[in-house]
Write a protein that binds this ligand. Structure first.
Ligand code: NAD
Length: 268
């Protein structure tokens, strides 16, 4: 049995806790959660009709074999530091936090803890990793989101962008993945995932479109290299609990967990 804990009981975290308790009874010993909002834990307990243990971040990390972070970029950085201290494997959803703190990468490699990064809301990572074995000329992510999926981002506030004035759709950001993650820490983790899998955060290009016309989070990935060209697009249903988060991101965390548990399977 692998001891697992979850940090953050929002859209992704609560979905994961429910799935862990329902599906993985024989393979996972569920330790508990760390959540700063006591109301979120109460809601989760109520919907599960079950008690769940709450711990401080360090206590949870020290007790578990694997901790799944589904909280925020800043929390992800804390989780990495504590995981290094306690030799705990981690799964990170707020990958942007890692991207903005690259000094952690050599420490992770030296300590040899496993850091799992789910594919999140984007498609095409397998092809990007394959293309990296040759030469990649260009990686471009274009993310189109409904206005509610972008509100409150630091870049929008700093640049005084009034989303309510957008009549149809508007490109509100163009830049590198590292700039995108810094400006939109809760909205564009996919850019961080792509950067880690591909050509890095300073070469991966990101365009963000705020749209009144769409109801889904649409990510279009273009890769060009000496292999040819790939264009792939995912049209993601936003989660009911958090419109910034796509349902596919929750499912990708579950798929990663499934992989860690080492279910026998044939194929990729
Ligand atoms: N990798 C991806 O493709 C991808 C996709 C969607 C979301 N995300 C990221 O995953 C994270 C979770 O997403 P979500 O939709 O569940 O968010 P959410 O806002 O619904 O939930 C986050 C929860 O974490 C809690 N929290 C915040 N700081 C904490 C801390 N220090 N310790 C404990 N709990 C803390 C909050 O109270 C909240 O309940 C976010 O950072 C989001 O940006 C990543």
């Amino acid at each position: 049995m692998i001891k697992v804990g979850v940090v953050g009981c929002g859209a992704i975290g609560s979905h994961l806790v429910k799935a862990i308790l329902a599906r993985y009874k024989k393979t996972i010993s569920f330790c508990g959660v760390c959540e700063t909002d006591a109301g979120k834990v109460e809601n989760l307990k109520r919907s599960l009709k079950k008690a769940i243990r709450s711990y401080s971040l360090e206590e949870l990390v020290s007790r578990c074999d694997l901790v799944i972070e589904a909280a925020s970029g800043k929390t992800a950085v804390e989780v990495v530091k504590l995981a290094l201290r306690h030799n705990t494997d981690i799964m990170l959803m707020s990958v942007g936090g890692l991207l903005l703190n690259p000094q952690l990468l050599p420490k992770i490699r030296k300590k040899k803890i496993n850091v799992y990064v789910p594919s999140g809301a984007v498609a095409g990572l397998d092809a990007l990793k394959a293309a990296r074995m040759g030469k990649i000329f260009r990686v471009q992510l274009t993310t189109k989101k409904p206005l509610a999926g972008l509100s409150g981002a630091p870049y929008i506030n700093d640049n005084k962008i009034d989303l309510n004035k957008i009549k149809k759709e508007q490109i509100i950001f163009e830049g590198t993945a590292i700039e995108a993650v810094a400006g939109f820490p809760k909205n564009i983790n996919v850019a961080a995932v792509l950067s880690l899998a591909g050509i890095g955060a300073r070469k991966t290009r990101v365009r963000i479109v705020a749209s009144r016309l769409v109801k889904r989070n649409i990510h279009t990935l273009e890769i060009e290299g000496n292999f040819g060209k790939i264009v792939c697009c995912s049209e993601n249903v936003p989660s009911l609990e958090n419109p910034k988060t796509s349902k596919l991101a929750m499912l990708s965390a579950l798929a990663t967990l499934d992989g860690i548990l080492g279910d026998v399977r044939i194929g990729t």
